[in-house]
Structure formats: C-alpha cells, structure tokens
Design a protein around this ligand. Structure first.
Ligand SMILES: [Zn+2]
Length: 126
C-alpha cells in the first residue's frame, strides 16, 4: 500500500479556492474531493452552464436531431433501443461538459452538450 502524505497548508488553500468557486454546488464534498486526489468532480456537483446556455445548445441539438430523424441525446442516437429516435424535452435532459470543469472548460457553449438524464448520470459516475 502506498500512502499519500497531505500537506495541510496546500489542502486548506485548495479548500478555500473551491469554497470561493461559484460553480461548486456541493461544498460538503470538497474535502472528500481533495483527499481523493482532486479527480472526482462529481463530489462537488459542479454546475457550469446557466439556463440560457443549456437552452441554446438544446435547441440546436434538437434541430439537427430532427433533421436526421434521430434522438437529440447523442448517446441515445448511437444506441439500439427505442430511444434511438426519441426527442427528449429540455426538462428531461442535463448539460454535460465535453471538457471537464477542472480543465477549465467552463461556460463556453461549445463545451456543452445536452444528454438525457440517464446518459448524463451514466457518464458522471465513470
Ligand atoms: Zn440518452
């Protein structure tokens, strides 16, 4: 077994940084996130996309999907079940970060894609 030594000053600086980050919605997850090696961003429940961004991405994705007669969830569209051509409602979808927040992809529309809730959860738990 290999045990990582924590530098308390570094940890507290990182905690502070995340506390001040408006995108971090789950502050209770901050310690777990840092002690786990700062990789599992799901613990922080990061939400970088506002409603306007989601809506505009949703609209263009749905338009393309309708033209191709396939699902507006890109993951459903490549699947083999009935959802393959399903057009999800905006409320049934969630924004996914193409580039993760930690690599500071943040609020760019190009960095956002909408996935149905099932696929968004599946991706997040990886
Ligand atoms: Zn899907």
């Amino acid at each position: 077994m290999f045990i990582t030594a924590y530098n308390p000053a570094k940890v507290s600086a990182e905690v502070k940084k995340l506390y001040d980050d408006p995108y971090v919605k789950n502050r209770r997850g901050i310690f777990e996130y840092i002690l786990g090696g700062s990789t599992d961003t799901k613990l922080l429940d990061v939400r970088v996309f506002d409603e306007a961004t989601k809506k505009s991405v949703y609209t263009s994705q749905t338009k393309k999907a309708n033209a191709k007669n396939e699902s507006n969830c890109p993951h459903c569209a490549i699947g083999h079940d009935a959802n393959r051509s399903k057009i999800w409602k905006l409320s049934e979808m969630d924004a996914d970060h193409v580039t993760t927040w930690i690599k500071s992809g943040a609020t760019d529309v190009k960095n956002c894609q909408m996935l149905c809730k099932t696929h968004n959860c599946a991706k997040g738990s990886r």
